[in-house]
Write a protein that binds this ligand. Structure first.
Ligand SMILES: Cc1cc2nc3c(=O)[nH]c(=O)nc-3n(C[C@H](O)[C@H](O)[C@H](O)COP(=O)(O)OP(=O)(O)OC[C@H]3O[C@@H](n4cnc5c(N)ncnc54)[C@H](O)[C@@H]3O)c2cc1C
Length: 297
């Protein structure tokens, strides 16, 4: 195995690029699904942004190699000292500081384990490649855990820096809602080491529900906060009257870019007419298969 020199150049910037590219892919994929057939239309542009995230796995340096190089530096810095004890039982599972502490513990434990294994292999005469190569999966997990902790720290600091008031009160919840979600992914590791109690595991889903209920009344306010960014996306879905905007948009497929504006007006199903239990009005919509065949790249 060879190492890319990302830590020597700028570990923080490189890791931010890697984590952001993965988050872009995941977020746009989720948004596409949540928008139903409109998410599948290339004119909605989700696929373009998902593709951007995908492309940035390689652009600016390979994500996997970046994350592994960051992890190698963490392994090099790992000491045998125990980390500070985590006040596990004292904090609810919806508290982002609990996640932050647990990520730090996990990061330290994973780094130490790899360090001990590599040292043992080298002491037995293994070449660097033989010593490190069996740990590529663990190195990726370590690098990602470190990246998640950095993201959480930056988000908590940004919220902390906001002046007291209603905006800050709303901003706290999207940060908190990430906590039980991320904890759930790590339950086996944390429970196996006694860092999360069964009672806390049982509290994860209720905590998620409670946070979602608290956030729901502010959904419009949050959407408004991101309105300018949504407009920059160039997607017709970012407009208030997105049905008309899609109807007026040119052909969504690259092979039909010469189609006149209003292509959708004659071919798109009358989306606004669909209601549960109600048949669409004339003109009859083309079959969904036909729509997808025409629209997907
Ligand atoms: C849009 C775009 C713009 C770019 N602009 C520039 C630029 O301006 N300047 C520039 O110099 N370069 C640029 N690049 C190149 C970019 O830096 C490289 O594509 C990137 O570093 C990956 O290298 P590669 O393409 O040779 O893939 P490879 O390194 O061959 O990787 C191919 C696959 O193998 C995996 N892999 C590679 N090594 C290992 C390993 N040791 N262990 C396990 N898996 C491994 C990778 O994860 C990947 O999945 C650009 C790339 C893109 C996509």
């Amino acid at each position: 195995m060879t190492w890319a020199p990302w830590v020597d150049i700028n570990a923080s910037l490189a890791l931010t690029k890697a984590m952001t590219a993965w988050a872009t892919e995941a977020t746009t994929a989720e948004c596409r699904l949540r928008c139903g057939v409109l998410g599948a239309l290339s004119t909605s542009r989700f696929l373009s942004y998902q593709g951007l995230g995908h492309m940035l796995n390689a652009g600016g340096g390979d994500n996997l190699l970046i994350v592994m190089d960051v992890a190698r530096a963490l392994v090099g810095a790992a000491t045998n000292e125990d980390g500070a004890p985590v006040p596990v039982a004292a904090r609810p599972v919806g508290d982002p500081r609990l996640l932050s502490d647990l990520l730090a513990v996990q990061e330290h434990a994973m780094a130490l384990l790899i360090r001990q294994d590599v040292a043992a292999a080298e002491a037995a005469g293994a070449e660097p490649f033989e010593a490190w190569n069996p740990h590529t999966v663990a190195l990726r997990a370590l690098g990602e855990t470190h990246g998640q902790r950095q993201i959480l720290a930056a988000t908590l600091a940004a919220v902390e820096a906001m002046p007291d008031g209603p905006a800050r009160a709303v901003a706290v919840d999207p940060t908190a809602i990430y906590t039980p979600d991320e904890l759930r992914r790590r339950v086996p590791w944390l429970v196996a080491r006694g860092l999360l109690t069964p009672a806390q595991v049982g509290a994860i889903d209720p905590a998620l529900d409670a946070l979602a209920h608290r956030l729901a009344p502010h959904a419009a306010q949050l959407a408004e906060a991101f309105a300018e960014l949504a407009e920059l996306s160039g997607s017709p879905l970012a407009t208030n009257d997105y049905v008309t905007a899609i109807a007026k948009s040119p052909s969504p497929t690259s092979t039909e870019t010469s189609a006149p504006t209003g292509w959708w007006a004659t071919r798109a199903p009358p989306v606004a007419h669909y209601r549960p239990g109600q048949q669409p009005k004339e003109p009859a919509p083309p079959s969904i298969v036909l729509v997808l065949q025409r629209c997907l790249p």
